[in-house]
Design a protein around this ligand. Structure first.
Ligand code: GLC
Length: 562
């Protein structure tokens, strides 16, 4: 037992006045369509499957869901390699199926957000095939450059490296030029300096908006433009990384370019000029804690939510309360002045699941933090039931980034473990499919870890999640002051209060031992509070009354008091 007698690190932020936009202070849920629900027994999730399960999202009370790409695609990157931006891949269904999804979502008061992938297309897109042949105007739809020759050996135009490792340039024999790809060679970068291409992509936004969507998540936006001088990027000293690793370069010419922000603004204006309610824009803009200014600029240029990935990429199981405190305070302090909403991404399809990053025992903590902080919480399918990463062998691996890494290293880079089918119940293939074989193997823990079981179990991840969604709608979360406190780097606390009313307090014990302290005194909270939600019923039960002047937190516990 560790008894704390003093307090460090208090920080107070006053939230701005709430606004009426529907996404404010709600949870938004990501659906990965291959893995949500299979309606036709082919082992791959599809649009009708999603439609059949919308009641689940309505039951969770999330405001919206965003769907990873279901557009026509050779599926080399499982949909992030699009060969037609305005059609649906037959694996997922038809435009008619999509209309049914929209109609049902509207009837359940759920907003629908699509994934817009503007940085690149598939190399199988007819535009690219015509670009190779220099057919006007497609000749200019992609970024083509001549080779450089060193001692008569052909070399790429510069040292740029792709996110998936190795040169960002691939030689094309027919065109006798290199094309740029920030991701895999089968995902050639689109050239937004072509006005014809620019127009095509705006048409894609209009196409889906007219079909009733409520907004877009913009994929990989930071890569949209590259500096047109095509200069080598500086090599960072002493990274200790292999020379083909993108993190060896300082990406001053290939990421977050001024024209990228202008492009975002043009999409904002384009969507605003369309009829109907305002469309939400969420940008996938990964930044380190040192580069949050980029995220803030995406807000200023038209994003309603510039995804905040700090819980996913900057923190993990070895982070301390002060790391969380500093990161969160930094984000809140940097948020542009005005009517903007902060956001907290808990999980997504590109990273290990939260229970793998923070430990199973801490599976609900990030969602609790996201619920208590002001702004939008962004969760990924399965978070609501604490789904875990699935171990898959190299032979079972299908993610191109995992496959490229080879049998020795695939487990470090593969994104498959976090993409296995949703675990609905304990029937065949976890109720995801009638097929015993699914595109990725179902996690064998589904017999016990599934939604149906959690619905009948008190204190399940599901029941906590539902309480957190309710909490997010409370006025104190929308309007209260925010105090973020680290108690001698062992306990992390968030206090939200509206003067004259009772506060809400989240406490997380980051240590593996009991910690006791006089929370009433140190946090200036009432002596008598009750448990609203807890990650451990061994320690607390809902509604239990707590004497905060002698609070004892068991190892790794998180609890919300009100
Ligand atoms: C984004 C997506 C990721 C995809 C990549 C290329 O980062 O989230 O899944 O592989 O873009 O489109």
């Amino acid at each position: 037992m560790f008894k704390i007698t003093f307090l460090i690190g208090l920080f107070i932020i006053v939230s701005s006045a709430p606004s009426e936009e529907w996404w404010r202070d709600t949870f938004i849920y990501q659906v990965y369509p291959r893995s949500f629900k299979d309606s036709n027994g082919d082992g791959i999730g599809d649009i009708n499957g999603i439609t059949s399960k919308l009641e689940h999202l309505a039951d969770l009370n999330v405001s919206a869901f965003w769907i990873s790409p279901f557009f026509k695609s050779p599926m080399s990157d499982f949909g992030y390699d699009i060969s037609n931006f305005t059609d649906i891949d037959p694996i997922f269904g038809t435009l008619d199926d999509f209309s049914k999804l929209i109609t049902k979502a509207k009837s359940l008061n759920l907003k629908v957000i699509l994934d817009f992938v503007p940085n690149h297309s598939s190399d199988q897109h007819p535009w690219f095939q015509k670009s190779i042949k220099r057919i006007v105007p497609y000749d200019n739809y992609y970024v083509w450059r001549n080779a450089t020759y060193v001692n008569s050996t052909r070399r790429p135009p510069n040292n740029w490296l792709s996110v998936t490792r190795g040169s960002a340039w691939t030689w094309n024999e027919v065109r006798q030029q290199y094309y740029l790809h920030q991701f895999s060679f089968f995902q050639p970068d689109l050239n937004f300096r072509s006005s014809a291409l620019n127009k095509e992509m705006k048409n894609a936004l209009s196409f889906w908006t007219k079909r009733g969507v409520d907004g877009f998540r913009i994929d990989a936006i930071i890569h949209a433009f590259e500096d047109d001088r095509f200069l080598d990027e500086p090599v960072k000293p002493n990274t200790g990384l292999p020379a083909n690793h993108p993190d060896t370069l300082d990406h001053i010419y290939t990421r977050n370019q001024n024209e990228t922000y202008q492009l975002l603004r043009s999409w904002r204006n384009h969507l605003d000029a369309m009829n109907g309610t305002k469309k939400i824009i969420l940008t996938e803009s990964y930044t380190t804690l040192d580069e949050l200014n980029h995220s803030m600029r995406y807000y200023e240029y038209g994003a309603d939510i510039a995804f905040n990935f700090m819980f996913v990429t900057s923190f993990n199981n070895s982070s301390a309360p002060t790391d969380f405190k500093k990161g969160i305070e930094k984000w809140l302090a940097l948020m542009p002045k005005g009517n903007y909403s902060s956001n907290w991404v808990v999980d997504n399809h590109d990273n290990n699941r939260v229970s793998a990053r923070f430990g199973k025992i801490r599976a609900d903590q990030l969602t609790m933090v996201a619920a208590v902080l002001p702004g939008v919480g962004v969760v990924y399918y399965g978070d609501e039931i604490g789904m875990e990463d699935t171990w898959l062998s190299y032979n079972e691996t299908v993610d191109p980034i995992g496959c490229n890494a080879g049998p020795e290293n695939y487990h470090i880079t593969s994104r498959d473990p976090a993409r296995t089918p949703f675990q609905w119940d304990s029937s065949t293939s976890a109720g995801f499919s009638t097929n015993k074989t699914t595109w990725l193997r179902v996690n064998s823990n589904y017999h016990t870890l599934n939604l149906a079981a959690q619905k009948t179990t008190p204190y399940s991840h599901y029941s906590i999640f539902k309480k957190l969604v309710k909490l997010k709608m409370m006025p104190v979360i929308k309007m209260g002051t925010v105090e973020i406190i680290s108690i001698i780097d062992m306990v992390f606390v968030i206090v939200r209060r509206v003067p004259g009313t009772h506060p809400i307090v989240l406490l997380i014990n980051f240590t593996d031992r009991n910690v006791s302290f006089d929370a009433a005194n140190h946090l200036n909270i009432p002596t008598n509070m009750s448990v609203y939600a807890t990650s451990s019923q061994n320690s607390y039960t809902d509604g239990m009354s707590i004497n905060t002047s002698s609070l004892v937190l068991i190892p790794a516990v998180s609890v919300i008091l009100m």
